[in-house]
Design a protein around this ligand. Structure first.
Ligand code: GAR
Length: 208
């Protein structure tokens, strides 16, 4: 399956995915392109160093719809079947989402539906929760809202700062995103209402 990864910055999730493909943890997948809306994104350099095709597609004062249309065209040109948002800090237009129905996934650094939007780790830390985490979900037309594929819980320690907590969430993001992409690529799932059910797992559990 050809993946297109969208980033805006550091690109550590993108790199974790690339390494998981390299070492066989995500079988039957390849990264067709890494696209960033920020030409200076560190992640673009990291992807290039790995020999991955990269493309900077900045907004350049255009309407979101025009910008998204260029990104969609690039993804379609490269036969991308799964779009992975990995720290892509722009909302996608309806047309973008409709061009890839149930084929766009995102990682968010909180246990959704808590703490949507920007700085989710700090929002959770400031709120004083004892547990937070990360979520991989399908992207729909509402912010941080689509059907949940996988979640991981991270405990907040008394001596945490927002930064130490973010770092621990990030480590868990890498593992969770890899696991979720491997499952989506394997394709043994169905989405019933908001519920993503992995049929292969259900069968394995049944055999236990
Ligand atoms: C990650 O923590 C990701 O969950 C978050 O941005 C960071 C990107 O880091 N995404 C969002 O907050 C999206 N709402 P990375 O560039 O090193 O992967």
């Amino acid at each position: 399956m050809k993946l297109g990864i969208l980033i805006s910055g550091r690109g550590s999730n993108m790199l974790a995915i690339a390494e998981a493909i390299e070492n066989g943890t995500i079988p039957n997948a390849e990264i067709a392109v890494v696209i960033s809306d920020k030409p200076s994104a560190q992640g673009l350099i990291k992807a290039m160093e790995k020999g991955i095709k990269t493309q900077a597609i900045p907004l350049s004062g255009r309407l979101r719809e025009e910008h998204d249309a260029e990104i969609v065209a690039e993804l379609k040109n490269r036969d991308v079947e799964l779009v992975c948002l990995a720290g892509y800090m722009r909302l996608l237009s309806k047309d973008f989402i409709r061009s890839f129905p149930n084929q766009i996934i995102n990682i968010h650094p909180s246990l959704l539906p808590s703490f949507k939007g920007l700085d989710a780790q700090k929002q959770a830390f400031d709120y004083g929760v004892k547990f937070t985490g990360c979520t991989v979900h399908f992207v729909d037309e509402e912010l941080d809202h689509g059907a949940i594929i996988a979640q991981k819980v991270v405990e907040v320690n008394d001596n945490d700062t927002s930064e130490t907590l973010s770092a621990r969430i990030l480590e868990n993001e890498h593992a969770l995103y890899i696991e979720a992409i491997a499952k989506i690529v394997a394709g043994n799932y169905e989405i019933i209402e908001r519920k993503v059910k992995f049929t292969a797992e259900t069968q394995r559990r049944g055999e236990d």
